[in-house]
Design a binder for this molecule. Structure first.
Ligand code: ZN
Length: 194
């Protein structure tokens, strides 16, 4: 269904039960998805010590790899490592985390994933302070003349998609909104038109 939809990427949430209070799936599942997916795999690591697994996620088929700023003691090093492996590099931040942690890495990355719910579970309600965060990040990126995607992850719906794009977002992640719909393909198309 996703292959045949207007969706651009597969967004895969990897949870380790330590960085977030939930466990999802890991490398073997991603390897299997890679075999059937006709679109890039955007892998979002919600795990501690992601450096230990960067090469493994590349081998499993990740095209874009995002790590959490909160989980990386040496974020610059982790970003360089991801890029050396031939993947696009993303940095994700939790709802309470300030954009200032991106000040000195923004030039080096392809994507910022703004968590608009607390990571760990699907189907949560969108945190409204995210709008202000998107606008501020848009200004930071434009002021530096960069082409960094702003990805919104959590609580994205047909109702708020337009406002998110207007605020400056370029990538919308939708899980529950798509997969609980009676016609998922149609919902994806509507989100793309937002
Ligand atoms: Zn995610």
């Amino acid at each position: 269904m996703v292959n045949n939809s207007d969706a651009d990427w597969f967004h895969l949430d990897v949870m380790d039960g330590r960085f977030v209070p939930n466990i999802s799936f890991g490398l073997p599942v991603i390897q299997q998805i890679k075999k059937v997916a006709t679109k890039p795999l955007d892998v979002h690591l919600m795990i501690v010590e992601p450096d230990l697994y960067v090469e493994a996620f590349k081998k499993a088929g990740a095209d874009i790899l995002s790590v959490h700023a909160e989980a990386c003691t040496h974020l610059n090093r982790t970003i360089q490592f991801i890029k050396q492996q031939g993947m696009k590099a993303g940095v994700a931040i939790n709802p309470h985390t300030s954009l200032s942690c991106l000040d000195y890495v923004l030039e080096d990355i392809d994507l910022v994933c703004l968590m608009s719910v607390n990571p760990g579970f699907g189907g949560q309600k969108f945190i409204p302070q995210t709008y202000r965060k998107i606008e501020q990040l848009r200004k930071m990126i434009d002021a530096k003349g960069l082409q960094v995607d702003i990805e919104i992850d959590g609580g994205v719906t047909e109702q708020n998609a337009g406002q998110l794009i207007a605020a400056g977002a370029t990538v919308l992640v939708a899980g529950n909104t798509v997969f609980s719909a009676s016609n998922p393909t149609e919902v994806i198309s509507k989100l793309k038109l937002a």
